[in-house]
Write a protein that binds this ligand. Sequence first.
Ligand code: FES
Length: 123
Amino acid sequence: MYTDIVIDHFQNPRNVGEITDPDGVGEAGNPVCGDMIKITIKVEDGRLADVKFKTFGCGAAVASGSIGTEMVKGRSVEEAMALTNSRVAEELGGLPPEKLHCSNLAADGIHGAIQDYFSRQGK
Ligand code: FES
């Protein structure tokens, strides 16, 4: 049902936690199941120097948070903004159709954190 990539990121999630004194915070809720994600970011020289996530979500949400944060870590804020829900699911090698909505949390939370960063910068 799940790919080896999903299982790996669920069992050994990367970037779990919360950055103290973050430059941006994003929270996203999943309208399908009511689960949540919180993303915190640290920005240096226009790049995401650090990204962390916490989720009250299912295993697919944990795997999506893990791989989604890996995909944007070290990238420019513009590149990170371009991350899509479908790219997260693709990078996981796909998700079962009934779990596809779980992959939305990661990109939505990352976008929210960057928007918060922009608004703190007065942009
Ligand atoms: Fe809610 Fe997966 S069932 S995020």
